[in-house]
Design a protein around this ligand. Structure first.
Ligand SMILES: *[C@@H]1O[C@H](CO)[C@@H](O)[C@H](O)[C@H]1NC(C)=O
Ligand SMILES: *[C@@H]1O[C@H](CO)[C@@H](O)[C@H](O)[C@H]1NC(C)=O
Ligand SMILES: *[C@@H]1O[C@H](CO)[C@@H](O)[C@H](O)[C@H]1NC(C)=O
Length: 349
């Protein structure tokens, strides 16, 4: 009934989430100084790119988007997602999906993220915009900026970058390797400030709980060691990149325990329900059937989404994303280090 394999889900949720932020100095046509935001990643960051590719990994139908936008935008949530809040805090407009038709300015940045994408090209090949293709889009954007602004100004615009990462499973080494390669490419193009966060407790999201067949409602604990391994390995990679790459600066925010806390103690954070999804079917509404367009027509939808941590079986609600975006933006050093996003956005370098 669930035609998405567990392995694919792991990949889908363990993808690199990478925000590149750059500094614009103000120039012809760019009179206002602002800091553009470039977004790479998977469904946690996808603002609608998958609407424009041939894929079944989509959220462009009701009830996705039901609260804030009042229409489905392609975001995997009831409303806004993390990059929308980061853009708001940075006083930027919504960052548009790269594939959305129209004349892109790119000077505020652009969103390359694609739901289902993995760090490895093989992850859902042909169904998603993999990380390397996202990087090639970024390269075409930097070319277009150079044409428009000239080399110097484009370089200034791209002079500060920032990144975030989540990974796991047997391919920990390969995944980290590929993400590192992407970070280095973006750095070569002028990116300096990056934002990353740790992988959330995938084993215990509603989808993980329905896949654990031995004991209803238990977490799918086979995945946990990979998540733990990644969450330990990745910050070390970032530290070494900081030593290796001159001017490389990043924010790494703790998402794993942040989410686990809210799943285990929802009422402490203003939620009623931390484990059951608002939209889906089966135990914990853990089957990925929200909207009834993925091969399963029947699904349930909760009455009051603000009470929930999870919107569908694998993605959080706007309310949860907003709480996390606040930590990512302004979090104290024990949750977000060595810088928070605010410090990176406001720095003069
Ligand atoms: C879309 O993808 C499906 C499945 O991979 C394939 O069968 C179909 O031909 C594709 N459609 C287009 C228009 O490319
Ligand atoms: C990147 O992933 C590919 C598989 O897609 C793998 O063959 C390669 O070794 C990885 N690269 C690094 C640097 O880890
Ligand atoms: C929905 O839930 C929130 C949070 O518990 C609560 O403040 C609000 O009043 C509820 N709305 C409705 C219509 O029940």
């Amino acid at each position: 009934m669930v035609n998405v394999s567990f392995q694919i889900l792991v990949f889908a949720l363990c993808t690199t989430l990478l925000i590149v932020r750059t500094q614009s100095q103000g120039h012809i046509g760019l009179s206002k100084k602002h800091v553009p935001l470039f977004i790479f990643g998977d469904s946690i960051y996808d603002a609608g790119n998958n609407n424009y590719i041939n894929t079944t990994v989509m959220a462009n139908y009701w009830p996705y988007g039901e609260t804030f936008f009042k229409y489905p935008t392609g975001r995997f949530s009831d409303g806004r997602i993390i990059p929308d809040f980061i853009a708001e805090y940075a006083k930027l407009p919504f960052i548009l999906p790269f594939l959305q038709p129209g004349n892109h300015e790119f000077t505020y940045g652009v969103n390359f993220a694609s739901a289902g994408a993995g760090a490895l090209v093989e992850t859902r090949q042909g169904m998603v915009i993999d990380l390397h293709t996202q990087l090639s889009y970024f390269e075409s954007v930097t070319k277009s900026l150079r044409r428009k602004l000239g080399d110097e100004e484009a370089k200034a615009l791209l002079s500060r970058a920032h990144a975030s990462i989540l990974l796991s499973e047997e391919f920990v080494g390969m995944v980290v390797g590929n993400i590192t390669a992407v970070i280095k490419e973006v750095y070569k193009k002028g990116g300096r400030n990056f934002g990353f966060f740790s992988i959330w407790p995938i084993a215990c999201i509603p989808f993980g709980r329905v896949l654990e067949r031995r004991k209803t409602g238990a977490c799918l604990d086979e995945i946990t060691p990979y998540v733990t391994l990644h969450n330990k390995a990745f910050p070390k990679v970032l530290e070494s990149l900081q030593n290796e790459l001159d001017g490389f600066r990043y924010s790494f925010s703790e998402f794993h325990d942040f989410l686990k806390e809210r799943m285990d103690h929802p009422s402490k954070y203003g939620f009623e329900e931390g484990k059951v999804a608002c939209c889906g079917s089966g135990p914990y509404r853990g089957f990925f059937s929200c909207g009834g367009k993925r091969g399963v027509a029947e699904y349930e939808l909760c009455d009051n989404v603000t009470e929930y941590v999870f919107f569908d079986s694998a993605h959080a609600t706007e309310r949860l994303y907003r709480q996390f975006a606040k930590q990512f933006w302004a979090g104290p050093a024990y949750s977000t280090a060595p810088y928070n996003l605010k410090a990176l956005f406001e720095s003069k370098y």
